[in-house]
Structures are given as structure tokens and as C-alpha cells.
Write a protein that binds this ligand. Structure first.
Ligand code: ADP
Ligand code: ZN
Ligand code: MG
Length: 509
């Protein structure tokens, strides 16, 4: 934390302004401009060739798949895609950039004018477009541009024998296809930045263009932040925080940085335009270097690549490949399965999981019951054991069978709970456990009738109340009788007999 704690009153005088730059590696089989494998974790310097090493005379050839993925991502982020975009050279020296420049895009990027919706802080509808196209309680964060570029190599400063005296270079990553997604300075709180990144990652994962694996560097975020007095029109000077490798750390880095800037201003100083690094161990940012300006890179059009022209037919094809996106899917599933917002999030964490759930639900007699079992019985047990969904011993088929058995009244919910306990205790799937343990069920009507008679005889007061109109008491009798049958009475039959007996001979004519 900072030396002098700032009072809430001082903090409240300022408004943070945040814009995010996100780099995403595309999941193509080969690199952006050559045929080398695009693969994380290979033996250093084995996936390289004259093109990605920048050897003299080698020429780049654009990877069509990278263009398809970049376009798909752009459409999923509501961007307008340029029919004609231009590659440009971004010149700078770095040991892991053998060419001395990165192929990127500059003033004619692939796409722009997109947006992502996030929940608005406090349910406000800040930035809602007047056309009513957006749900209330949500805010749009603009996406300024989405452009294509290539990654640089990696400098390794540790993890090998003489790392104290040497730095090693791994150029496998040179030429990996990237998209850079630059947001408008529309974000106002670290929490909103976290939300934007979470939604962005989710959308990209649904499109399948990247694995977004932050540990492997497939998704990297630079956060730009400034503060200004509330009500002021002009933005303050921003600092850029680079290379933060989790969304949680980005939120923490922004929180730190906002306080640091306010403190600087409050004590009469000025915020410097600079690049800063986040130190997770210390929970603070450090100045790294003063910020380069665009003219430092001496951008110019890439002479080795023609303009990228996308035909309307190509755009139509890519648009047709857009999957149902997370937000739309949640809205549909909330209605279809009568879910709460939180449960809808749980079921849509990944496209693959949501697909498996919906395929299973469609096979069941009662789809809603599949959702309920998955969320309550399975979800609860997983949570208690600290397990992930993929580690559940009960398959989707198992849940469908369980839901159908419940639905047909072949087992009671109490029996089901016991069977699920066995599944989780032994790590076995439900169908096998059910076959083996098939719970005894009393289906003999006269046996159930005897139990119901006993319960009715033992609770005359409740019978009286029921007959006086308190019909909800039926559930009490069903519960008592089910308990008396040790959970073995056929639920459908039991329900029917309880109703019949409670109406009683006295009420018949
Ligand atoms: P630069 O040329 O310094 O890289 P850009 O205009 O390209 O700046 O913006 C980079 C990112 O910084 C964008 O996400 C943008 O929204 C954000 N940004 C720009 N100005 C500010 C500011 N004053 N405060 C916070 N973020 C800003
Ligand atoms: Zn290559
Ligand atoms: Mg920039």
C-alpha cells in the first residue's frame, strides 16, 4: 500500500479513466506469415525459418486462417470490418525481434467501432445508446480498433544453468499471429476493467479463435489509467501498466495505480506519461520507462504485403460461422430452463460445457430437472469437495437417467441423494451405481395405503386443518409417509394415495 493512506473524501474527488489493450494469440496451425508450426512449449528455436527469423530476402505470405480468425473475433465484438486494410511495419530494436520490426497494422486496421457490454456499476445505464438496443443495467465499453499483427520471440532470463550471467533467446514465438484489441477510455473502475476482460475472454473462447491461456501468454493485457477531478472534461495524463498476467492482478494494479496518481496530484506533483510494471509480490507498480510515441516506431506500409482485401462474400461466410455468444445464450437459457442469472452463468462457463448440458437436457423427459440436478445436487457436491465440473464422477448421461427416474417416480429424491453420495464416495457414474444399488421401491398400493393410514391416524389435528381448507398440508403427509417407508414408497403412488385418503370417506357422497 501507499505511504499515506488517502481519505475516502479525497479519493472521491477523482474519477479514474481506464483503457485496455489486449493481445491475443490466434489458434492457427501455422504462423502468421510462414509455414512454421504455431505451437507453445516446443524445444527452443525449433519452429523457425528464414521468414520468421527475418533473414535477408525472405518474404512473408499471409496466413488465410489468421485472417478468418481475426475477422470472426472482430464480428463477435460488434466491430465494423474494413474491406481494405493495410499492414504496416512497426520499427524497434529488441533482441527477441530479429527483423528489427513487427508487422502490424496502423492507420487502416482490420476492424473498429466495436463494443462489449458489461454490468453497469450500481445498475445505472451509463452510455446506453438511445436506440433501445441494449438491456438496462448494462454499459457499453467501446472497442476502438482490432488489428492483426505478429508476436516477437521470448527472452529468457532465468531457468537455465548459467542464467546469472546470460540471457537466452527462444525465437519460436516470432511470427505467431496476434490480434490486438484496443478499448476506448470508457472504463471507470478497476471492477469494470475486470468485467470487460472477463466478457472479452469469454467471447473469444466461444468463437474458438484462441485458447486465451494467460499462463502461456495467449492473452496479455496492458492497462492504461489516468485520473481527473470529477466533472472535469479533459483526461489526465495516463500511465500504462504492462505485462500483468491475471485479471485479478490487473484489478489490483489499477487500484494501486489510481491511488498513486491521486496521491501524486494531491501532494502537488504531476503524473508522468510512462510505462510501469506490476510487481505481484509487493502489490505495487514500478516505473519501467518513459512511454514511446507512435512516431518513435516510424510506422510505414509494409512493402512486402499487398493490402488485405476482404470480399463481401468472405464476410458473409465468416458471419455465418458466428456461434451463439455467451450473453445471448444466457438470456435464452434463462427463459428455456427458468434459471436465475447466476445459474445461467454457471451453465455457460464454457461453450463446450453449455453444449453438453443442452444436449443432455434435450434427451431428458424434463430438461429443467437436468439443470436443477446439475446445479444443486452435482454442483453442491463438487463445491464441497473442491472439484471442477470436469472432475465430476457423474456424467451428463448419468444425470439424464437420474432426472428421468425422478420424473417417472421410480426413485424418490431422498434415494437419489443417497445414490449420488455413493457416486461421489466411490468415484462411479450414476448408471452403474443405480444398476447395482437399485433402491427397493414399494409399488404395492396396499402396502403404501397402510403406511398412509398410519400417518393420517397419528396426525388428527393436521387432518382437520387440511379438511378445513389448508391444502398445502398434503406435502406434510407425503413427507411423513415417505419417511415411514424409509424413502422407498413409489412417489407417484404415494402422492395419489395421500390425496385420496385426505379427502377421506367423509367428503364423499
Ligand atoms: P498511446 O498512443 O499512448 O498508445 P492510445 O491513444 O493508442 O495511446 O491509447 C492506448 C489505450 O489507452 C487505449 O485503450 C485508450 O483507450 C487508453 N487511453 C487513452 N488515453 C487515456 C487516458 N488519458 N487515460 C486512460 N486511458 C487512456
Ligand atoms: Zn517461420
Ligand atoms: Mg497505443
Amino acid at each position: 500500500m501507499l505511504a499515506a493512506a488517502l481519505s475516502p473524501e479525497v479519493l472521491a474527488k477523482y474519477e479514474p479513466v481506464i483503457g485496455l489493450e489486449v493481445h491475443v494469440q490466434l489458434l492457427t496451425a501455422t504462423k502468421a506469415f510462414c509455414g512454421c508450426a504455431n505451437k507453445f512449449g516446443a524445444e527452443p528455436n525449433t519452429n523457425v525459418c528464414p521468414v520468421c527469423l527475418g533473414l535477408p530476402g525472405a518474404l512473408p505470405v499471409l496466413n488465410a486462417k489468421a485472417v478468418e480468425f481475426a475477422t470472426l473475433a472482430a464480428l463477435a465484438l460488434n466491430c465494423q470490418v474494413r474491406e481494405r486494410s493495410i499492414f504496416a511495419r512497426k520499427n524497434y530494436f529488441y533482441p527477441d525481434l530479429p527483423k528489427g520490426y513487427q508487422i502490424s497494422q496502423y492507420d487502416k486496421p482490420l476492424a473498429g467501432h466495436g463494443w462489449i457490454e458489461v454490468p453497469a456499476a450500481g445498475g445505472a445505464t451509463d452510455g446506453v445508446p438511445g436506440d433501445g438496443s441494449m438491456s438496462p443495467g448494462r454499459k457499453r465499453i467501446g472497442i476502438t480498433r482490432l488489428h492483426m499483427e505478429e508476436d516477437a520471440g521470448k527472452s529468457l532470463h532465468e531457468g537455465f544453468a548459467d542464467s546469472a550471467t546470460r540471457t537466452c533467446l527462444d525465437l519460436n514465438r516470432c511470427g505467431t499471429p496476434l490480434i490486438e484489441i484496443v478499448s476506448e477510455p470508457d472504463i471507470r473502475t478497476p471492477a469494470e476493467a475486470f468485467e470487460y476482460l472477463t466478457r472479452l475472454k469469454e467471447i473469444l473462447l466461444y468463437t474458438g479463435v484462441s485458447d486465451c491461456n494467460m499462463e502461456e501468454g495467449s492473452l496479455r493485457c496492458d492497462a492504461n489509467v489516468s485520473v481527473r477531478l470529477r466533472g472535469a472534461e479533459r483526461f489526465g495524463t495516463k500511465a500504462e501498466v504492462k505485462n500483468v498476467n491475471s485479471f485479478r492482478f490487473i484489478r489490483m494494479a489499477l487500484e494501486y495505480e489510481i491511488e498513486r496518481q491521486i496521491e501524486t496530484i494531491e501532494s502537488g506533483g504531476r503524473v508522468a506519461q510512462e510505462t510501469r510494471l506490476w510487481n505481484a509480490d509487493e502489490g505495487r507498480t514500478y516505473s519501467m520507462r518513459s512511454k514511446e510515441h507512435a512516431h518513435d516506431y516510424r510506422y510505414f506500409p509494409e512493402p512486402d504485403l499487398p493490402p488485405l482485401i476482404l470480399s463481401p462474400a468472405f464476410l458473409t461466410t465468416i458471419r455465418s460461422r458466428l456461434p451463439e455468444l455467451p450473453e445471448a445464450r444466457r438470456a435464452r437459457m434463462i427463459a428455456a430452463y427458468e434459471l436465475g442469472a447466476k445459474d445461467a452463468h454457471t451453465l455457460t462457463v464454457s461453450r463446450e460445457f453449455a453444449d453438453r448440458f443442452e444436449a443432455a437436457a434435450a434427451r431428458a423427459r424434463n430438461p429443467r430437472r437436468v439443470a436443477n440436478l446439475l446445479l444443486s445436487e452435482i454442483g453442491g457436491r463438487l463445491k464441497a469437495l473442491g472439484l471442477e465440473q470436469e472432475q465430476s464422477p457423474v456424467s451428463m448421461d448419468g444425470i439424464v437417467l437420474a432426472a428421468d427416474l425422478l420424473d417417472e417416480g421410480k426413485i424418490s429424491s431422498k434415494q437419489l441423494k443417497q445414490l449420488f453420495d455413493i457416486c461421489f464416495g466411490k468415484g462411479e457414474d450414476f448408471p452403474a451405481v443405480y444398476e447395482r444399488e437399485k433402491p427397493e421401491q414399494i409399488t404395492d398400493a396396499s402396502a403404501i395405503e397402510a403406511i398412509v393410514d398410519d400417518v393420517i391416524a397419528a396426525n388428527p389435528r393436521q387432518v382437520e386443518q387440511y379438511r378445513a381448507g389448508k391444502k398445502t398440508l398434503a406435502g406434510f403427509f407425503v413427507g411423513q409417509a415417505m419417511k415411514a417407508s424409509k424413502g422407498q414408497a413409489n412417489p407417484a403412488l404415494l402422492n395419489e394415495l395421500v390425496a385420496k385418503k385426505l379427502e377421506g370417506p367423509g367428503n364423499r357422497d
